[in-house]
Ligand binder design. Sequence first.
Ligand SMILES: *Cc1c(COP(=O)(O)O)cnc(C)c1O
Length: 515
Amino acid sequence: MSMNTQGRPTGTGNVTSSPANGAALLPNEPLLFEIGDTEHSGVDLPDVSIKRDRLGGFSRTLPLDLAGLTEPEAMRHYVRLSRLNYSIDSGMYPLGSCTMKHNPRLNEKMARLPGFADIHPLQPVSTVQGALALMDQLAHWLMTLTNTAAVALSPKAGAHGELLGMMAIKAAQTARGEGHRKVVLVPESAHGTNPATAAFLGYSVKAIPARADGTVDVTAVREALSPDVAAIMLTNPNTCGLFEPQVIEIAEAVHDAGAFFYCDGANFNAIMGVVRPGDLGIDAMHINLHKTFSTPHGGGGPGAGPVVLSAALAPFAPVPFVQRTESGLELVEHSEGEALGRITAFQGQMGMYVRALTYMLSHGSDGLAQAAKDAVLNANYVKARLQTVFSVPFPDQPCMHEALFDDSFLNQTGVSTLDFAKALIDKGFHPMTMYFPLVVHGAMLVEPTESESKQTLDQFCDVMLELASDAIAGNMQNFLSAPVNAPRRRMDETRAARSPILKWEREEVVSEAAQ
Ligand SMILES: *Cc1c(COP(=O)(O)O)cnc(C)c1O
């Protein structure tokens, strides 16, 4: 391990300790190709003699080069890797803006029912009526909770939903001869996916400054509006964890200017069952099933980002969607007129639909509202306990589902936000979101979610306060060397981003190339 002048470990992923007592404890897990070799096979199969080439001359001539491993060898490799992970199943995950809530096991049980788990997207629809009914019911819940006219289930993540929502807005404007609208307004506090989506679709992005209290000023929006503006992309509750108090006035101003209101609904967990975004005047909004409705995410599973649409945008929804007919449920797979066509293969993340609907049905509409209120209560509890020491950039109002702190309490300590987060790893917690939103210096965004008990919240707050007093007392070294209890220490993130090694090559090949 090399050290830079401040004594911080550098270099990519140094192993902290390497116990010699067996592979199961080796933190530096080798690749499958390094464990097995191509000469052996994990199973004994009789020799096959291929009599006739049925591949039209395309049969492989080079060896397949797969590592031959037995089932236990392969399984142990993956189990060992999984133990290097921090997960919501192993501890609190206060990552702001991510809603890392508990994934109820009932969801998993339902998703494994063979009628949902073992079906194929190309099966005749008459054989998957139950699955279509589930999609129809999920769509109904999403439209009811948001008071909107249509929903596109198929986007596979929040960012994918943003893309679809903005494509629908673009299609609607093109259809009414307003394709010249080329500007999208995005508040400074927005998630990076908002401006990225707008730019990807060829829009230019105009930033709306935040007010001193962390919210968006309707006057600033009015000043930015012009006949060139296609839409605003506004997050509500916003990424400072605050409900936008002027959201209705903003919607009206945007509509008066002939533009659309795209709402980033990733923070819907704070208001589900309490506020219907359709009542606020939104035209399109993605909902992260993997945040709000407890489907696994992060390393745990694929996302799903359905988009609800207002009546004005409903005709531009993509296919496929489920439709009720006399003879049962149908999957409409071809679009007519101005519609967008399809944006994914097949129908989207079926397993996530099952989990999300299970969560909705097991809570009921009153239970969902309670979950939202509990998420807000938990965040305010953390804020109240920590604000005696941690600096709060927007102290005058209660927060929604996440509590935002800045790094001014670390001034003069020599400890940075990053150091602080790394020290939290040594205390057994996943760090909070750091340096986001960008409008706050050294931001630390804590989202406890409703699924943590008071006891866990207290443990977390105790650790946060202990670390803060350590930093303030000048015990810098613990921070600069952290994490010491993690399988990997500090990564050279710049090098990893600038010169990533994306392909593994056998050592012989690498040394041959070097010669
Ligand atoms: C998570 C998030 C997104 C993007 O969602 P993905 O599913 O990660 O693509 C967008 N906006 C906000 C505010 C988010 O928190």
